[in-house]
Every structure is written in structure tokens, then in C-alpha cells.
Design a binder for this molecule. Sequence first.
Ligand code: FAD
Length: 422
Amino acid sequence: MDSQRAGAVHGTAEVIILGAGPAGLVLGNILRAAGVDCVILERAARADLGTRARAGFLAANTVRVLDRHDLSDGLRRHGQPHSTCEFRTDGGRFRLDYASLGRGEGHTVYPQQYLVADLLAHYEGAGGRIRFAAEALAVRDADAGRTPPSVTVRTGDGDPVRWQGRYVAGCDGRHGAARRSIPPGAVRRHRIDLGVSWLGLLAEAPPSLDAVGYAVHSRGFAGHMARTAQVTRYYLQCARGTAAVDRSDAQLWDELELRMRAADHGPLHRGRFLQRAVFDLESDVLEPLRHGSLFLAGDAASLLSPSAAKGANLAVLEAELLADALFAALRHGSTDALDGYSARALTHVRQAQRFSQWMIRLLHDVPDLAPATDTVPTTVSDSGDRSEPSPYHTPLQRRPCLDTLRTSRAEQDWFAEQYVGV
Ligand code: FAD
């Protein structure tokens, strides 16, 4: 049997949601509370879902969205307010209390896996339907006019089954079935390789400073971000192709201390690394975020580098936009908001992307992005061909000087607004 095809309809829902990350679970919760019949199909087993440590810095607007839908209990109880970042260079260090600048807003630090666990508990507690170990293989008939869309799903060793709905929400990340199911040429893909790689480390160790730490060093960037009282995330810029396991924990701590100038500013709290992963900083945005009755949200719509901590925040924002639009279409017969969803979401994506890239230039030497004359980096198409300048990439100014950020109140206000905003 063709693994992408399945016969009889196994289940139906008004909205089929692929993926139970922040995007899928926020969408599911809002739709469920509004009385919309939906089902979430999640590839992972239940036990694995709440264990994936990724994001931690939630913007004020994200907290407002979660508040609005009564989804913020856990983060209100256990999240930590955060408002300071510290830059370290060979010229010394300076701190910005960004919550007292710009719009006067800070972050709430709450690990993504805890948020996912809260959202899942809330969804299931309200009677929401979810299937674990249910891997979507393909979305079919999204653009087939009168034929409703369906999703073929692998649920075990048997033949794939088929779910049918009015709409499908692709919240299954960059490598999920939603993106894969869009026929070539149906949407544009703006992919920019930023030429920088980071080794992301999760340390079983308390934070070493009461701020996000950004160290600019001739050996490369190093970063420090609190997660909980016992766990801290670190980043080390590394060469392309570096293996995550090629150095011992002690060697990595030595390198972190060197780049973060521990000799001048105090040692780091060391501990075992719980997680190591190398990722290339790139952005990968589709346009529009729709193919017929299939809509994309979160990383499935736009993957941004974690340089400015925007991904989970965009995922929550987009989930709310999409939920409102689906509700209007299903309950009031008005598709205006659905028709406008992609443009609205992409406005936020563009802003977040611009700031992420600004941060990358601030913290790294990025020759390709910082040419002598300002040029617009080009979109790399799927085939790897160079194509037209990307509209998601405004011309980048020259590398902004950390000195300006240290001394100019106007620059600091702008930074604070962009840093916390989505
Ligand atoms: P995901 O969280 O990836 O969820 C997608 C879900 O879909 C998963 O559960 C997956 O199992 C499931 N799935 C995949 N394929 C299928 C399929 N075929 N069928 C069914 N289910 C499927 N963002 C921030 O805002 N702040 C931060 O501080 C931050 N820090 C980060 C640090 C790191 C190291 C990384 C890697 C990312 C960070 N991000 C941060 C980005 C953030 O984690 C992501 O943007 C966020 O997880 C996106 O949520 P999502 O729901 O779109 O996708």
C-alpha cells in the first residue's frame, strides 16, 4: 500500500492540527474553548513531549496571549521575570536593564517543556482530543475545491489511517508533513543561511549571572541564558560542521570561561551538560502561510535563528491569530480573517527576522552579511540557486557598534522594544 495513501476515513474534526508544540497546543486550546471540534496529531509519544528543552524567554505579549486564554497558570506561578542583559567585550562589560527602556516590558523565563506540559494538561483537562505517536505523512486535497482536506497518519506498524477535516493547521515544525505536502511552486520559500553555527548546551548548573550574557570574543561568540535555578543554557559559536561531541565537558567549560572573560568578571557555575546540539543560524520563511485549506503556524511557517529568542513567541502569536480566523470562518462564515492571516503573521515574522539578523551582526563577524557596501542578501531557493533579493531581508546597516548601544539612549530604547517585542 502506498504509505502516503490511506483508504476509509478513520476520524474527522473541523480542524486537524498537526503537532503538539507551543503553536499546536495554543491553537488547540483556543479552538477547544470556543467549541470548535479539533484533534491534535502528534508524532512523539506522550512521555517524550514534555521533555524537549528549547526556548525559555517568553515576551510580554506572549504572556498576554496566554493570560487572555487562561493558559498562564504555570508560568505565572513558576516563571521568573527577567529584565537585564550584559554584554562582555575586550573593552569591558556593560548592562542594559531593558525592562526600564523602550516599552518598559521584560521577559518571563519559563522553559518551553514546562509550557508544553501545562498546555497539554489544560487541553486534555478540557476534553481536547489528541493522538500521540501519530505521525502525519501527508496532507491531501488541501487545494481541491469541494473535496475536504485529509491527512494520512502512521500510528504504528499497521497501514496508515486517514483523518478528514474542514481545515488543517500545520504546526509540525520545519521538517513536518505540512510543509512537505505543499506542491513545489505553490508558495515561495525565503531561505537565508547566515553563515554562523552555534553549539547549544544545556548545563545542569545554576545561572552564573543574573542577566542574559552576550560575550563578543576573537575566538567567537559565547552566550548565557538562565532557564531555572538549576539549569542554564549556554551557546558557543563554532565552525560549520563541528560535531557536538568532539570536546569534553571540561574543555567546553574552559572555552566558555575564556570567551565570557571569567578571569575578569567571575567564574561560571559548572555542571554536567544535559544536552548538546549544533545548529546553523538560518532563517527559512514560507510565503504565503497557506495552501488552500492548509494553514501554517510556528516553525512550520517560519524558522528563525534563536539569536533573538523569537520562535516560540511567534508560534504563540500566530496560533492566536489563526484560531480567531478559523473560528470566524467556521462559526460566522466569514473568511476575511483567514484570507488575511498570512499577511498579518508575516508582518510579525519580518520584524522578528530583521532583529534576529541585527543581533547576529552585533555579536559575530559575519562577512557575508556585513559587506563593505550594504547589499541585500539573496534568497536561496530550494534548489540552491541564487534568486532575487528577499523581501524578508531589509538592507542591513553596517555592523552596529556595541559602543552605540552602550551610550545612546535612543539605541537602547530601540533595542529594548525589539528585544522583547513580537
Ligand atoms: P515545535 O515546538 O517544533 O513543535 C512541533 C511539534 O510537531 C513537535 O511536537 C513534533 O514532535 C511534532 N511533529 C513534527 N513532525 C510531525 C509530523 N509529521 N506529524 C505529527 N507531529 C509532528 N524561541 C523563543 O521564543 N525563545 C527562546 O528563548 C528560544 N530558545 C531556543 C533555544 C534553542 C536551543 C532552540 C533550538 C530553539 C529556541 N527557540 C526559542 C525556538 C522555539 O523553540 C521554537 O520556535 C518553537 O518550538 C516553535 O514551536 P512550534 O510549535 O512551531 O514547533
